[in-house]
Ligand binder design. Structure first.
Ligand SMILES: [Zn+2]
Length: 418
C-alpha cells in the first residue's frame, strides 16, 4: 500500500515540532474560531477537515447542521481557513487570536512546590499519591483498587468510600476525555469534602451511600495533556501511521457508531475499530458490571458548556422509560447549582440538549448495566476559557458539583430510587 503524505501535512507537522521546544506544544498565535454550520455541504466539508491531520483541532465534533462548533487553528493555517470559510459561506467568529494567552492564565503564577490542593491542577502521579495518602489517613472508610492497566501500562484506579455495609452505590468517572482537567480536579475536591465536611447534608450523602470514583478514566491521554499536547482528547492507542487514539466516550458497546461519531482514526471522535476496542473502556465496563446490581446513580464528569445530560444520545433514540424522572432529578440539580454562583446548567437528553453522540458511557450505564439514573455533567464554562478553565475556578465549580450531587440524591429519594 502506498502512503501519500501531502506537503501541507508535512509542513504542519514540522511547525508543530518547532512549536514544541520543550516537548510541549505551545499555542502561540493559534486562533480559536466559532463556526456556524448551516447546511449539509458545510457539514461534510467540516467533517472532512476534522478527520484529516492538519492545523485544525475541533473542540466539538461537527455532528449536525444548525450547530456551532469551535475550532483551534494554527497560525500557518489561519489565512487558508478564513478563505475556505468565505468560499463556503461558513459564518465564523474569531474568539481569540492567541490561545497561548488563555493557557498562560490556567495555572497560578506561583506554584506550590509540594503538597496537594485545589488552587492548581495536578498530574496523574500527584493525584494517585494524594489518594494513597487519604487512604492511609481514613483506612476504615476509604480504599483504592486497580481496575486494570491502560494501553501504555498505567494503572486505572477506583476509590471506594463506604461508611457502613448495606449502602446503595453511586458510580462516578471523570477525565475520560483527557483535556477536561477540571473534572478530576473537582471530583477530588468533592471526595475530600465527603471525608472532611461537617455540613449535615454532605455528611448524609457521604455516610449513607457507597461511592465508587474513577478520578482519571483515561490516564494515558491525561498524562499526554500534561507532557505534550494540552488539548488532547482521546486515548493513546495507535490505529494508523499518522494518528493516535480513540474517543473513549464513543467506544462503549451500546448503539456504537450510531450518530455523532467518526470512523476515521485521525478524528477526535473516532469511535475505534470495534466497540470496547479500548482497554480503558473494557476495564471500566468490567468494573461497573461488578457493582451495577447495587448502583442506582451513575455519573460521568465532563467539561464544558454547563449541561446535565441523560440518555439517550444516539440518532433518533426513543425516550428512556423513566424520562420524566431523569428530567426531574436533573432539573432539581440544575436549580440548586444555580443558587450558588448563578451558573445555568441546561438539562436534557444528550441528543436534545447538546448534540447527537453514540457509544457513550451514560447510555451504556443506563441501557446495558441497568443503572436507572445515569447522567453526564458538563462542567464550566460556557465559552470564555473552555477546556482551559483557570485553576481558581476549581473550588467554586467543585462546590456546584457537590451541590448537584446532594440535590440529585435528594430528588432520587423522593422518587424512590435510592
Ligand atoms: Zn468530555
Amino acid at each position: 500500500m502506498e502512503i501519500k503524505i501531502s506537503p501541507v501535512v508535512l509542513v504542519t507537522c514540522t511547525l508543530a515540532l518547532l512549536a514544541a521546544v520543550d516537548g510541549k506544544l505551545r499555542y502561540e498565535n493559534y486562533g480559536v474560531y466559532k463556526i456556524d454550520i448551516t447546511n449539509a455541504d458545510q457539514l461534510t466539508l467540516l467533517q472532512k477537515l476534522e478527520s484529516t491531520p492538519n492545523g485544525y483541532t475541533f473542540l466539538e465534533y461537527p455532528a449536525q447542521v444548525n450547530k456551532s462548533v469551535e475550532v483551534v487553528i494554527s497560525p500557518s493555517e489561519k489565512f487558508t481557513a478564513e478563505r475556505l470559510f468565505k468560499k463556503h459561506s461558513i459564518g465564523s467568529t474569531l474568539l481569540t487570536s492567541n490561545l497561548q494567552q488563555i493557557l498562560d492564565k490556567e495555572r497560578p503564577s506561583r506554584r506550590k512546590l509540594e503538597g496537594f490542593g485545589w488552587d492548581d491542577y495536578h498530574t496523574l502521579e500527584e493525584i494517585y499519591e494524594w489518594i494513597d495518602g487519604m487512604v492511609a489517613q481514613y483506612p476504615s472508610v476509604l480504599s483504592v483498587d486497580t481496575i486494570g492497566q491502560t494501553y501504555e501500562g498505567r494503572d486505572m484506579k477506583v476509590i471506594k468510600l463506604s461508611y457502613k455495609p448495606g449502602n446503595v452505590g453511586i458510580y462516578i468517572d471523570a477525565n475520560i476525555h483527557a483535556r477536561e482537567w477540571i473534572t478530576s480536579a473537582t471530583i477530588t475536591w468533592v471526595l475530600n469534602e465527603l471525608l472532611t465536611s461537617e455540613e449535615p447534608n454532605v455528611r448524609f450523602i457521604a455516610e449513607n451511600y457507597d461511592w465508587y470514583i474513577v478520578p482519571v478514566a483515561n490516564p494515558d491521554g491525561f498524562a499526554y495533556t500534561h507532557t505534550t499536547e494540552r488539548l488532547w482528547r482521546k486515548t493513546r492507542t495507535q490505529h494508523n501511521l499518522l494518528c493516535y487514539g480513540t474517543d473513549p466516550n464513543r467506544n462503549f458497546n451500546f448503539q456504537w457508531n450510531n450518530g455523532g461519531t467518526s470512523t476515521t482514526p485521525c478524528s477526535d471522535t473516532y469511535s475505534g475499530p470495534a466497540p470496547e476496542s479500548e482497554v480503558e473502556v473494557s476495564n471500566l465496563t468490567t468494573f461497573v458490571r461488578s457493582i451495577a446490581a447495587n448502583v442506582k446513580l451513575a455519573l460521568s464528569i465532563h467539561s464544558r458548556g454547563q449541561y446535565i445530560l441523560f440518555p439517550f444520545g444516539y440518532n433518533n433514540a426513543p425516550r428512556a422509560y423513566n424520562y420524566q424522572d431523569l428530567l426531574q432529578v436533573g432539573q432539581r440539580a440544575s436549580v440548586d447549582m444555580y443558587k450558588l454562583y448563578n451558573k445555568p446548567y441546561r438539562v436534557g437528553t444528550t441528543a436534545d440538549a447538546l448534540y447527537v453522540a453514540s457509544g457513550i458511557s451514560v447510555d451504556w450505564a443506563f441501557a446495558v448495566a441497568g443503572i436507572p439514573l445515569s447522567y453526564t455533567y458538563e462542567l464550566r464554562d460556557q465559552g470564555e476559557f473552555g477546556f482551559i478553565l483557570p485553576a481558581d475556578q476549581i473550588v467554586p465549580n467543585g462546590e456546584e458539583l457537590l451541590e448537584g450531587f446532594i440535590a440529585m440524591i435528594d430528588e432520587a429519594r423522593v422518587l424512590g430510587y435510592m
